[in-house]
Write a protein that binds this ligand. Structure first.
Ligand SMILES: *Cc1c(COP(=O)(O)O)cnc(C)c1O
Length: 369
């Protein structure tokens, strides 16, 4: 008899769905028979990695018979000096995704609950589901986090709140003052994860200063990543800044070698390459203008975004628009798994990539009408 392994798995795992990953770019290209494909699907830096990062990593590969430094000494030192924090405040992750999971493994079990927002980054739901804790999902307001609604859901057994700022996939952000009010009203023994994966892109004057808030709220964890603005998604490096006592807890559940040696070095070099970072931010600002203006010209509604992507409603069946764009060589992200079946998310690319999207979209829309 063949064993049904799903039934053998933990109950929390039985309820989970596998992550739906996209096809590799080359495979999609081959299947569609297209030579020019534009990938605007994963909020990556369209310039690629810094050449300085590539050089340093290439040289270091000859040491890959050795285990990486389990404490990430050099990367942590670089982060500590950049952000003026103690090395003990830093936790390194295999992407910031890893840190989001570490928080769940360290603080949540079936007796606990965690709060996050409708339309929030999907990893919170996955991490909470796997832990066995109850998920308390607050309704969104204009697709953004409603911090008051989140506060209202807090229970005596709540141990973690996940906040995405800016949020993916909606691009919305909340202000410093609204976060300060939220933190003052929340029990101080609840861990608040402020996911700042798009921190470098967020330029608004009222964007929260998380480090300032940490001084009066040691329960606040900031998570950031090298995957987005730094252009190193494939290396999987993220970090958190927190009170050292929280970092100590996270380090107990962390795999000792969770960040590889090329990744540690690549991230360290990237942190120092301000010019490459700035180039990406400038491209993003111009591209955001290009795409939002283009969508506006087509009369399509977009959710205002503080990040490197825009979510918009094409007005007619989004799944078909997505498929038709794919067949014309433009890869976007459909959002049905976020319960936003009418929306599509487009990442900001290079000027000619954005233009390709803006050229194909009206053709698709009129063909499907
Ligand atoms: C991309 C993203 C992350 C995590 O990315 P990593 O590659 O794991 O660092 C975390 N939060 C949000 C909101 C994201 O969009």
């Amino acid at each position: 008899m063949v064993t049904d392994w799903i039934k053998v798995a933990r109950r929390t795992v039985q309820a989970m769905q596998p992550y739906q990953a996209g096809k590799p770019l080359e495979e999609a290209q081959r299947e569609l028979g297209l030579t020019y494909l534009v990938k605007l699907a994963s909020n990556e830096n369209p310039h690629g990695p810094s050449p300085r990062v590539l050089n340093a990593m290439t040289e270091s590969l000859s040491d890959c018979n050795r285990y990486p430094d389990a404490n990430g000494y050099y990367l942590k030192s670089a982060l500590a000096s950049k952000f003026a924090v103690d090395v003990e405040a830093i936790t390194l992750g295999n992407g910031s995704n890893d840190i989001l999971e570490l928080v769940a493994s360290a603080f949540l079990d079936h007796n606990a609950s965690a709060v996050y927002s409708q339309y929030a980054f999907v990893v919170y739901a996955l991490a909470v589901a796997r832990s066995g804790a109850a998920a308390l999902v607050a309704p969104a307001s204009n697709y953004g986090h409603d911090l008051n609604a989140m506060l209202a859901l807090v229970q005596p057994n709540t141990k973690v709140v996940y906040l995405a700022n800016p949020n993916n996939p909606t691009g919305t952000y909340f202000s410093h003052n609204s976060l300060a009010v939220f933190l003052r009203a929340l029990r101080s023994d609840i861990v608040v994860v402020l996911d700042e994966a798009y921190y470098e892109y967020a330029q608004a004057a009222d964007y929260p200063d998380g480090q300032l808030l940490q001084r009066s709220h040691p329960n606040l964890i900031l998570t950031r990543t090298f995957s987005k603005a730094y252009g190193l998604s494939g290396l999987r490096v993220g970090y958190s800044l927190s009170h050292p006592a929280i970092a100590d807890v996270l380090n107990r559940v962390r795999q000792p070698f969770n960040v590889t040696s090329p990744s540690l070095l690549g991230a360290q070099v990237a942190l120092d390459d301000d010019q490459h970072l700035q180039q990406g931010l400038d491209t993003n600002r111009a591209g955001m203008e290009q795409i939002t203006t283009g969508l506006d010209t087509l009369g399509l509604e977009a959710i205002p975004s503080a990040a490197n992507f825009v979510t918009f409603a094409p007005g007619i069946d989004a799944a078909r628009v997505n498929q038709a764009l794919l067949e014309r060589g433009v890869i976007l992200r459909p959002l049905a798994n976020y319960h936003m079946p009418k929306h599509l998310r487009v990442s900001i690319g290079l000027e000619h990539e954005n233009q390709k999207f803006l050229n194909e979209l009206p053709a698709v829309l009129s063909a499907l009408k």
